[in-house]
Write a protein that binds this ligand. Structure first.
Ligand code: GLP
Length: 241
């Protein structure tokens, strides 16, 4: 596990964008696993800037996102498809047909999840997976539990996650209670993993997840077992260590 400590959010975003762009330069037709949440927004902004300057070409890149709320349409401004379009895809030269997000409108969970796993397998897996870190240690929407969930599955979100994500909705009742998420096995099969973490509110979970024991109660702790993980963490998020 490699930890890069940065001064602040801006620097964290720049370092993470550097790692993603290096991946694209080394393998222009790479498969990137992408994440939502507030933390990667600065990383995406930086990638957009470099694209506009002519430094990165996304034309051959495929992206596979971690998760999507069950029940939200791509047009819903709280859906993760909408997030990805507005924060990244609409601003770069990526072929949208090569960008994948689980189908939140598929009511049959088994169908939605097995279709998503097929998409991942058809692309022979993920070259570089970007992750944020939930306040309770979740990655994607893999919530704390009794075992490490394997492939794409439907989850019931915990109260802590619903509370944390309520800030994006006009009321807490509007936050979906379920989501489709890539599983831990799929995340762990990515060739490289890049985690971005920022802010004082993440300090104690950073300590638990990356320096505590490996347990499904802290899903991100499994990353300690991956052979190529880079954690880019700002000073505040690192402050409990
Ligand atoms: C959501 C997403 C996660 C993300 C987490 C943390 O629950 N499903 O992928 O990592 O939020 O978000 P933030 O970066 O806003 O703290």
């Amino acid at each position: 596990m490699k930890i890069i400590k940065t001064k602040n959010y801006e620097q964290m975003s720049r370092v993470a964008a550097n790692i993603l762009s290096a991946q694209i330069i080394m393998k222009p037709d790479c498969v990137l696993g992408l994440a939502t949440g507030s933390t990667p927004i600065g990383t995406y902004d930086q990638l957009i800037n470099w694209y506009k300057k002519g430094d990165i070409d996304f034309s051959e890149v495929t992206t596979i996102n971690l998760d999507e709320y069950k029940g939200l349409s791509p047009e819903n401004d709280q859906s993760y498809r909408y997030f990805m379009n507005t924060h990244l895809f609409d601003h770069i030269n990526i072929d949208k047909d090569k960008t994948y997000v689980p189908n939140g409108l598929e009511p049959d969970s088994e169908k939605a999840c097995s279709e998503y796993d097929q998409i991942i397998k058809a692309h022979s897996g993920i070259d570089l997976q970007l992750l944020g870190l939930g306040n309770n240690g979740h990655i994607g929407f893999n919530e704390p539990g009794d075992s490490f969930e394997k492939e794409t599955h439907c989850v019931s979100l915990t109260e802590s996650t619903i509370d944390a994500n309520a800030r994006f909705f006009s009321s807490i009742e509007e936050v979906p209670t379920q989501a489709y998420t890539m599983g831990i096995k799929t995340i762990m099969q990515a060739k490289k993993i890049l985690v971005v973490v920022s802010g004082i509110q993440k300090a104690s979970i950073v300590k638990k997840a990356f320096f505590g024991s490996i347990t499904p109660e802290v899903p991100a702790s499994v990353l300690q077992l991956h052979r190529d993980v880079t954690i880019v963490c700002d000073e505040e998020a690192f402050s409990a260590l």
